[in-house]
Design a protein around this ligand. Structure first.
Ligand SMILES: [Cu+2]
Length: 156
């Protein structure tokens, strides 16, 4: 009986410390970008961000060595015209996810230093409010891959 009491006390301690350490657990899958024709062009990164943790988190920005600048963008249909707008951050709630896909949210790569070639991959660092820096590799897929139509707003 005494052993059982000790065991339940330990269990309670473990549970309460798990709650005290509520933390996001970020998982990024299928990060990809479409191939581009020339350096100096812009590109876009798509991916699925999942938060398997117990605390909400927020994507604050991204950085990569392959482009002069990166921004978080969303593509919006404004009266039939597709337009891109910068967004400050993207919430990823505990147990939730945020999908970056053509026609929606993307990480904009402004001023590519070299063309993105199909089959290549490049590193991208995502900065989260709580999880901090999350480094991922982005696969380059051939132009037009998995693209529901072209993105007229893509050229800036
Ligand atoms: Cu964009």
């Amino acid at each position: 009986m005494r052993i059982l009491v000790v065991a339940s006390a330990l269990f309670l301690a473990a549970v309460s410390s798990a709650f005290a350490q509520a933390a996001p657990s970020i998982d990024v899958t299928h990060a990809w970008a479409r191939a581009t024709a020339a350096a100096g062009e812009n590109g876009a990164v798509y991916m699925m961000i999942s938060n398997h943790g117990t605390a909400d988190d927020r994507l604050m920005g991204a950085s990569t060595t392959v482009a002069a600048k990166t921004e978080l963008h969303i593509t919006l249909n404004e009266n039939g015209v597709m337009k891109m707008r910068p967004i400050a951050d993207v919430a990823v709630k505990a147990g939730g996810s945020a999908e970056f896909k053509p026609g929606g949210m993307h990480v904009m790569l402004l001023g590519l230093k070299q063309p993105l070639k199909a089959g290549d991959s490049f590193p991208l660092t995502l900065t989260f409010e709580k999880a901090g820096a999350v480094k991922i590799m982005v696969m380059v897929e051939k132009a037009g891959a998995a693209a529901p139509g072209s993105m007229p707003g893509m050229k800036m």
